[in-house]
Ligand binder design. Structure first.
Ligand code: MSP
Length: 516
């Protein structure tokens, strides 16, 4: 395939604030992007998966002050920390962007100048509410009082302060109807559907012009025409999706824009689904194809918060249970888009039942029988043509096309379920055919055909599950003797003619109950 008609896929995670260490939210969003990246690569796409750190703004300025550090010192350390953890978690990102980098500053300043040239920016003054924690402006109707009598943003519960300062504004109000038309004509632009409805009703309630600069914040990208102001951190941050592609200019921009997908958490939907499209419309740049807002994880039913100290330590969880196991749990426990509860017992149950019993045990016993009775070798076998085997082989042959559409809906739990339907089918097949009895009765050819049929389907399932379970899929494919070049999706229904199987080891360890 030549460069021109090669398939491209661009997926982005949000860029993360460097005011603290990574937590489950960062892990979860990047996990989704990682699965999509691995899938598309196996399906022969050129992929960009960008992630990184959002390093400017009042929140970081204040955090640095509290720690008695310069903002630069703070963000350098924390950004590196994020990157190290993403590497430890084996995320397949291709770009890690930092908003303090020079090329990003240039892109943001370019965009500001373009917006100014096109007449979408004017100077005024902003008097209203601001939440540093959300880095967001709120109107009177979005404010509540908490029990302590403090003003908070109703939706996030974050404290707000009143500010009154000179500011530049973006003519957001100008885009109200354009945005509504766009949502109406592009049904898949915001997912899940419930989020689209939220956005539509927010925009319908009326868009005010957006303050896009601060004079009382120093830690930011200066407004090119008036360096007394720094740019509002969200204008700076959202632009990262263009900087990654070398915008303006750069061949990646023409190949990869519009982005296929921005994966975000539901709390930052307004910025991505309202402000960002409006900026792009003003700049005459096509909009991203889709924005998917995922839900939030609670810890045993409770909202995770710093004050409660109930954050889920993802690193120690992965240390205890394994990376694939944690990935599997987060992706299977809830439909992507819904909120989920992180309950350790449920994690253990899924590892023991689905991974260890259903999948691991199937692989282990099949490979062990072959190893013990056939010296690990299967040659000259043919696929079983019994009804039961034909049905399973038919499922495996149609699986990929089903999964392609599931993955483009970001429905990871359905993806896993489809693979597990086949795994459960194989388990009942092996029990019904009992190859161990055939071996005892010396019906070796028949046993070998049945084992060959099972191994063929295990090979396909291991290839299919690589995006979800990269480490264990790799182990299984290695036990099966499948070479590295033969693990892409084009190999799924291309049977291997012979197998030389290694002595298998336990793939998923079982865990005792959680007694905490
Ligand atoms: N810097 C902005 C994003 C700019 S993108 C142009 C930002 N950063 S963040 O560090 O706060 O991002 C946190 C991400 O983690 C968000 O997508 C948020 O939804 C997600 N989560 C934070 N806590 C979470 C859970 N408890 N569960 C799942 N995700 C949550 O926002």
């Amino acid at each position: 395939m030549n460069e021109k008609n090669h398939k491209h896929y661009y997926v982005t995670s949000p860029i993360y604030y460097t005011n603290d260490n990574p937590h489950i939210g960062h892990f979860y969003t990047n996990l989704a992007c990682d699965v999509l990246t691995r899938f598309k690569k196996l399906d022969n796409y050129d992929v960009i998966f960008s992630t990184g750190t959002d390093e400017h703004g009042q929140k970081i300025e204040q955090r640095a002050k509290a720690l008695n550090k310069s903002p630069k010192e703070l963000v350098d350390g924390l950004s590196q920390n994020f990157k190290n953890i993403f590497d430890d978690m084996q995320f397949n990102y291709t770009h890690f962007i930092r908003t303090t980098e020079d090329n990003h500053k240039k892109t943001v300043q370019f965009i500001w100048q373009e917006l100014e040239k096109k007449g979408f920016i004017y100077k005024g003054s902003y008097a209203g509410y601001y939440s540093t924690s959300d880095e967001a402006f709120y109107t009177q109707s979005e404010i509540d009082e908490n029990e302590a009598g403090e003003l908070i943003a109703r939706e996030s519960g974050s404290k707000v302060e009143i500010i009154d300062e000179e500011s530049y504004f973006f003519k957001l109000s100008h885009f109200q109807n354009k945005l509504l038309d766009y949502y109406a004509n592009n049904n898949d632009f915001i997912a899940p559907k419930s989020r689209l409805n939220e956005v539509v009703s927010f925009v319908k309630s009326g868009l005010k012009d957006l303050s896009i600069s601060r004079v009382n914040v120093k830690w930011g990208i200066p407004v090119p025409t008036n360096p007394k102001h720094v740019m509002y951190v969200w204008l700076d941050a959202l632009t990262n999706y263009l900087t990654v592609l070398g915008f303006p200019g750069g061949s990646d921009f023409s190949k990869f824009w519009p982005a296929d997908l921005h994966v975000i958490g539901k709390d930052i939907l307004r910025f991505h689904a309202v402000y960002w499209p409006a900026f792009l419309m003003a700049l005459d740049i096509p909009l991203p194809k889709k924005i998917f807002a995922h839900g939030w994880w609670t810890n045993k039913g409770e909202k995770i918060s710093k004050s409660k100290g109930n954050a889920i330590d993802i690193i120690s969880t992965v240390d205890t249970y394994g990376l694939d196991e944690v990935r599997f749990f987060l992706l299977k426990e809830i439909k992507f888009g819904s909120d989920g509860d992180f309950n350790e017992q449920n994690l253990i149950d899924r590892i023991n039942n689905e991974l260890a019993n259903d999948y691991g045990n199937l692989c282990h016993r099949t490979l062990s029988i072959i190893h013990k009775n056939f010296n690990g070798k299967i040659n000259n076998a043919t696929l079983d043509n019994s009804d039961e085997a034909t049905q399973i082989l038919e499922m495996r042959n149609t699986l990929l096309s089903k999964l392609k559409s599931i993955i483009d809906k970001q429905d990871f739990s359905a993806y896993i379920e489809e693979a597990f339907i086949v795994i459960r089918g194989l388990n009942s097949y092996i029990n019904n055919q009992a190859p161990w009895s055939l071996i005892k009765n010396n019906e070796l050819d028949k046993a070998s055909n049945i084992l060959y049929t099972i191994v063929e389907v295990i090979r396909s399932i291991a290839i299919i599950l690589q995006p979800i379970l990269p480490i264990s899929s790799n182990k299984i494919l290695t036990f099966l003797g499948v070479n590295k070049q033969s693990r892409t999706f084009s190999n799924i229904d291309r049977p291997l003619t012979s197998y030389n199987i290694e002595k298998p080891q336990v793939i998923f360890k079982k865990h005792l109950e959680d007694n905490s």
